[in-house]
Design a protein around this ligand. Structure first.
Ligand code: PEP
Ligand code: MN
Length: 360
């Protein structure tokens, strides 16, 4: 397997018998809220307590975070519960305040990873720190921006690095708040196999009902941990209300997830098998997605032919496509027989679509 880990990281040093768990509210709202959630998460699998203090909001006028006041609350969390703490930093001032107040883990948000200027400013401010720094993927599906952000931190001497996959913006409305584009996360793992990779199903789904499924897919794809937004009263949270879960629900999710702890040969076999199957599932969904797109274009052609009163079947065009695809298939190790069968089926579906349009 490609992505077997070679180097020991901060995560290996933690010697966990479960994936890393970062949980806590989207935003620190009040001191009571921060402490109440922390106490509820105290004796669970949670390793780091998260709370956003400076909140990047897409539109102005929403709750933009309590600011540096919240750092005192995170200190109290650590004193009262022993939980380590985590928050988002987005500029030099945030970094300096977070370091002064001994936050244990800093993450860089999706809106910051897109900006090389900001990433460089943050990297310079963090120079030489031994804190854990996690870089979220940029909001747009651009692998280089994500890798580039990590490289800037690495170059600044930050050794305890990791990444968070939180999905990507799209113009098209989908069932996700930010579509996972799993193949990009898989590519990321291939580029940086030793870097701990954490899944953020909360921001991928935007919907607490979907968090379990996305978490399971992430674990099957060998992710090293989960960051899940958690609040005692999710519906009334000041930000991201639809995606937060209660501490009880988080415990339930962790209990129900198939988490691979053992490392005997049989478990190793099952792990590799479910990883490969998860990759196949990702590609199968893409196949369906792309075939759906192809048929939409066929519908457009059907409408044009109807206008001009042209026959659906154009055999010259069809023979051309087949010839080209057989050659392309050969170069990818696909037999002529398979390519022929597949394209006959695609062509038939395409004809059915066009006939339906023409008969309308
Ligand atoms: C967050 O973690 O609350 C957050 C703002 O996330 P993102 O940067 O992924 O939007
Ligand atoms: Mn959030």
């Amino acid at each position: 397997m490609e992505n077997s880990k070679q180097m020991r990281t901060w995560l290996d040093d933690m010697k966990l018998d479960h994936p890393l768990v970062i949980a806590g509210p989207c935003s620190a709202e009040t001191e009571e809220q921060v402490l109440k959630i922390a106490h509820q998460l105290k004796d669970t699998d949670v390793n780091y307590y998260r709370a956003g203090i400076w909140k990047p909001r897409t539109r102005p006028g929403n709750f933009e975070g309590v600011g540096s006041l919240g750092l005192k609350w995170l200190k109290k969390v650590k004193e009262e519960t022993g939980l380590k703490t985590a928050t988002e930093v987005a500029n030099r001032a945030h970094v300096e305040l977070a370091l002064e107040n001994d936050v244990d883990l800093l993450w860089i948000g999706a809106r910051s990873t897109v900006s090389p200027f900001i990433m460089q400013e943050i990297a310079d401010a963090l120079k030489g720190t031994d804190k854990i720094v996690l870089v979220k993927n940029p909001i747009n599906p651009d692998l280089s921006l994500w890798l580039g952000g990590i490289e800037r931190l690495y170059t600044a001497g930050i050794k305890n690095l990791g990444a968070i996959h939180r999905g990507f913006s799209t113009y098209e409305k989908t069932k996700y708040r930010n579509i996972p584009e799993w193949q990009l996360a898989i590519e990321f793992q291939n580029k940086f196999p030793d870097l701990p990779l954490i899944s953020d199903p909360s921001h991928i789904t935007g919907n607490r009902e979907m968090i379990f499924d996305v978490s399971q897919t992430a674990l099957d794809l060998n992710f090293d941990g989960l960051m899940i937004e958690t609040h005692f009263d999710p519906e009334n949270a000041w930000s991201d209300a639809a995606q937060q879960v209660t501490p009880d629900k988080l415990v339930q999710i962790m209990r129900d997830l198939k988490i691979r702890k053992e490392s005997d040969p049989e478990a190793e076999y099952n792990r590799e098998l479910s990883n490969l199957r998860a990759q196949i599932d990702v590609i199968d969904s893409q196949l369906i997605e792309i075939l759906g797109k192809r048929m939409k274009i066929s519908d457009g052609i059907g409408a044009l032919k109807k206008q001009k009163n042209v026959a659906v079947l154009q055999s010259n065009r069809w023979n051309q496509i087949l010839g080209a695809m057989i050659l392309e298939g050969e170069s990818k190790g696909l037999s002529e027989e398979f390519v022929l069968k597949m394209f006959k089926a695609i062509h038939q579906e395409s004809i059915n679509h066009q006939e339906k349009i023409i008969k309308q």
